[in-house]
Design a protein around this ligand. Structure first.
Ligand code: GLN
Length: 401
């Protein structure tokens, strides 16, 4: 008798089988349960601009409480198109080339479900954001990871090229890159674009950390490279740029046929996205254009605070050029892997971090990497670092559970 006929024993469906619960939820639950300082999941302690919250409140009270249009409210679509124009010189028709989604995570889901056929090969940078893997499996795609290797986490153009086969149809890219903090260089971007044009690939690019780069490192969207606008679907959101990760307002932009495919899937996932939050995000994009840049400057300071503190606690990081995250290689502490270290860390130090190993197919490449978030308030970072500096972080066999 197969699983299905045994009723509830056949769950979850094959398309979800083997996919562990998201590590972010697991580790935030661990932080809540143990009262540990949460340097794990990437969400800020401080909310975004008050004027944007006020706009959401006004929308809630002003009757913006029924379904938004499927592709998103026109004012938000126009604001997103203008944002892409203002920052990157990309010209988009808000009617056909912009779709609003329930966070970038839904944009990823709808892009994969709307574009990728079973058996299609998708080249993806690893470490990868965990939802990529879940969605590719749900779509029946074959993933071809290309590893950004420690200690520099750079993209090797030769490895990228070697991952492309006659069955490859998509490159799924993320820059600024979570969890490494890598921001693609001109040479890396060029390698991606050359390959995409040569093999007629569609590029799906997750750029949610587009504004969060440091030390003058530029973020250049792949869609702006020659010949790329017509083959690139760009995904982003208000969550990271405006410190509203819980609002779940994201978007996909690009050529009408790719955006149309996202909408084709999105309409069956969430139908439409949060109506009162859309005018507020439009307000953010139009009237708080300087917020993301100011956030990035402050994050750079907090990056330095955390990375210096971690180095002082014997946990040196590579200094990230973007995102909210820094990685430490913990090999010298003797743990079997980063996960065992992170599961013990609340007891040892009262701190939660994210093991990066589940973001790799090449488990060896990520086995000893631990991710810390620096989007937290100063006193949270200081307390986390103080606890880590005062703790014994070396492995003792008897202590493992
Ligand atoms: N993107 C955030 C992170 O990497 C959190 C996303 C999530 O929890 N799904 O920490």
């Amino acid at each position: 008798m197969n699983d299905r006929r045994r009723g509830h024993h056949g769950v979850p469906a094959a398309r979800l089988r083997g996919i562990a619960p998201t590590i972010f939820t697991r580790m935030s639950a661990l932080a809540a349960r143990t009262g540990a300082v949460n340097l794990g999941q990437g969400f800020p302690d401080t909310d975004g601009p008050p004027s944007v919250i006020a706009r959401a409140v006004a929308a809630l009270q002003g009757g913006s409480n029924q379904y938004a249009p499927g592709p998103g409210q026109p004012a938000l679509r126009r604001a997103i198109a203008r944002h892409q124009q203002r920052h990157y010189g990309l010209e988009l028709d808000p009617e056909t080339q912009v779709v609003v989604t329930t966070g970038c995570t839904e944009a990823i889901a709808a892009a994969v479900l709307g574009l990728v056929d079973p058996g299609d090969e998708v080249v993806v940078l690893e470490p990868y954001y965990d939802s990529y893997v879940a969605m590719l499996q749900m779509a029946g795609a074959v993933r071809r990871p290309v590893t950004l290797r420690a200690p520099d986490f750079r993209l090797d153009p030769a490895e990228l090229r070697a991952a492309v086969t006659p069955r490859t149809r998509f490159l799924l890219v993320n820059s600024p890159h979570n969890p490494t903090g890598t921001v693609l260089t001109l040479a890396e971007r060029t390698a991606i674009a050359d390959l995409a044009r040569e093999h007629d690939l569609v590029v799906i690019t997750d750029e949610v950390y587009e504004h969060l780069t440091f030390d003058g490192t530029p973020h250049i969207p792949l869609a702006t490279l020659p010949g790329m606008a017509e083959r690139t679907l760009t995904l982003s959101s208000a969550g990271k740029s405006y410190s509203f990760t819980g609002w779940k307002i994201g978007w996909a932009t690009g050529p009408a046929h790719l955006v149309g495919a996202v909408l084709a899937a999105k309409q069956w996932l969430t139908f439409t996205s949060g109506a009162p939050l859309q005018p507020a995000v439009a307000h953010a994009l139009e009237h708080e254009p300087d917020f993301p840049g100011a956030l990035a400057r402050d994050l750079q300071r907090r990056r330095d605070l955390l990375c210096a503190g971690l180095a002082g606690a014997g946990l040196p990081t590579r200094i990230p050029a973007g995102t909210y995250f820094a990685l430490t290689d913990i090999t010298h502490l003797g743990w079997p892997d980063g996960e065992s270290f992170c599961l013990e860390l609340p007891a040892r130090a009262g701190v939660v971090a994210i093991p990066a190993q589940s973001f790799y197919d090449d488990r060896e490449a990520g086995r000893q990497l631990v991710r810390w978030a620096f989007c937290k308030d100063d006193e949270v970072l200081e307390e986390g670092v103080r606890r880590l500096a005062g703790a014994d972080l070396t492995y003792h066999a008897e202590a493992t559970r």
